[in-house]
Design a protein around this ligand. Structure first.
Ligand SMILES: *Cc1c(COP(=O)(O)O)cnc(C)c1O
Length: 391
């Protein structure tokens, strides 16, 4: 019996090393990684540039504290603002913390306007984290079950539905919209083109903050640095984490425009957030993505991969839909398919199933041609066998 708290239903496999898109378990078996630690290790495992940045920073200085100036944080914030068009950055350690900062910014903007019971519009089927405020924002009863009372001040509407939001415009307590550009945990749902543009317009008309949760979609995953860039808009608040450190824990909350100066000294903080080690790793991640043009590659190869899956699964009746953007792909079946995770594992492939019936693929950007063909081939065979025998 292990002394780990029983919070995860873990698969019976333990990895001891990795290289690029391949992981090796303690028995010496190799696996193609199409999960990337849930959209974290986009540059693959043991990337030399990231390893070198972490190694050399750890030999110099790990942590001082936000009591002092941290040059690496300034550099990383500069870089993130140049890439995104945002103006200021607060660094934290995880996605949930980035969203917590966003929620606090929305609350404070409301309090400044004299609104004492502000509300944030959130979506059905969304995921924003596991802290009390972020699980309250999350649109999944399973995440909330057992943790009542929830944090108040969230109004829920269906995703990709503008009428539902337009119907709320008379509510003077609403101050912000919090939204994922593509719903990840919720089953890889890509909204109709123009959705974010319309949300931007609604926020401008009503003096609401547009807060975009790019914790999963950000840092290249959808084929642009940030998914909102597909629509040529700018959010007021942007949450990042997952791929920012390629495995080094770091999150960020970025602000622009009217959200830029809401938080002031004493309003918010964290001990670890943006320490030298995390910032050194993230700087190396951004530089490496840029130098090797990985994100252009994701845009091109992501489209190709999606088309290949659509073709190879076109005649399989149990497949409801193949959807995605960049290297974020969902294959929805007409029945629960969690068992496929174990079947794929046996065949040396790591996949994820979300929402019960949707295979979610989040391959690392460094996956080569041969590996992506292998991915399509194994998944196609697994889905064909599963849908032919099950139900
Ligand atoms: C993973 C995720 C989070 C939570 O991030 P943690 O680092 O696990 O706290 C929040 N929002 C989205 C969209 C995510 O994918």
């Amino acid at each position: 019996m292990s002394h780990l708290m029983n919070t995860y239903a873990r698969l019976p496999v333990s990895f001891c090393k990795g290289q690029g898109a391949v992981l090796q378990d303690t028995e010496g078996k190799h696996y193609l990684d199409a999960v990337s630690g849930i959209a974290v290790t986009s540059l693959g495992h043991a990337h030399p540039a990231i390893a070198e940045a972490i190694c050399s920073q750890s030999q110099t200085l790990l942590h001082t504290s936000n009591l002092y100036q941290i040059e690496k944080q300034v550099q990383l914030a500069d870089k993130l603002c140049t890439l995104s068009g945002m103006e200021k950055v607060f660094f934290c350690n995880s996605g949930a913390e980035a969203n917590e900062a966003a929620i606090k910014i929305a609350r404070k903007s409301a309090n400044q306007k004299g609104i004492t019971h502000p509300k944030i519009i959130v979506m059905e089927n969304s995921f924003h984290g596991r802290t009390l405020a972020t699980l309250s924002a999350t649109g999944n009863p399973k995440v909330q079950e057992g943790f009542y009372p929830l944090v108040e001040g969230f109004v829920r509407v269906p995703y990709d539905n503008l009428e539902a939001i337009e119907a709320l415009q008379d509510d003077k307590d609403i101050v912000a919209i919090l939204v994922e550009p593509v719903q990840g945990e919720g089953g890889v749902h890509v909204p109709k083109a123009g959705y974010l543009q319309s949300l931007r317009k609604l926020c401008d008309q009503n003096d609401w903050l547009l807060m975009i949760d790019e914790i999963q979609t950000g840092i290249g995953r959808t084929g642009k640095w940030f998914a909102f860039q597909h629509e040529g808009i700018l959010p007021d608040v942007l949450s990042l984490a997952k791929a920012l450190g390629n495995g080094m824990p770091i999150g960020a909350s970025l602000v622009a425009g009217k959200a830029r100066d809401i938080l002031v000294p004493g309003n918010h903080g964290t001990t670890f957030g943006g320490n030298l080690l995390a910032c050194a790793a993230a700087l190396a991640v951004l530089n490496t993505l840029e130098i090797h043009k990985y994100i252009d590659h994701v845009a091109q190869k992501g489209d190709v991969l999606l088309q290949e899956f659509r073709k190879s699964l076109a005649d399989v009746p149990g497949v409801v839909e193949v959807r995605g953007k960049g290297y974020m792909i969902g294959i929805q079946l007409n029945q629960p398919c969690g068992v496929l995770v174990g079947k794929a594992l046996e065949q040396g492939l790591l996949i994820n199933v979300t929402r019960g019936d949707t295979i979610r693929l989040l391959p690392p950007f460094v996956m080569n041609q041969e590996q992506s063909q292998q991915l399509v081939q194994i998944i196609t065979q697994l889905v064909r066998e599963f849908t032919a025998t099950a139900s």
